[in-house]
Ligand binder design. Structure first.
Ligand SMILES: [Zn+2]
Ligand SMILES: [Zn+2]
Length: 99
């Protein structure tokens, strides 16, 4: 084996190693840098009320004081809260909790 072919072999080997290293970096980076999905929020219970003649479907809230649950939107027939979270059943303010 002469010097030129040995050198060529060394260059090819180096190229293969760099290629493998790049592939390894891509795979490991892809694995570690992948943003972990946020913990799934408790799925909000949709409001079954009617608002302006249409199904409401907005999240339902529950009163921490009396346990009554309902919508907070004006015009919804299942409205139980008024801004900023006052319960219309028991009258306590800020008792609105996400169901
Ligand atoms: Zn209440
Ligand atoms: Zn509603």
């Amino acid at each position: 084996m002469d010097l030129v072919s040995a050198l060529r072999l060394a260059v090819i080997a180096l190229g293969v190693m760099i290629g493998l290293y790049v592939v390894f970096l891509i795979i490991s980076g892809w694995r570690t840098n992948k943003p972990s999905p946020p913990p799934p929020l408790a799925k909000a219970v949709p409001c079954t009320g009617t608002r302006n003649g249409k199904p409401c479907g907005k999240p339902v809230f529950r009163c921490a004081n009396c346990g009554d649950s309902g919508c907070q939107l004006n015009g919804c027939d299942r409205r139980r809260f008024e801004p900023p979270g006052k319960c219309l059943s028991c009258g306590y303010p800020n008792t609105m909790q996400r169901v």
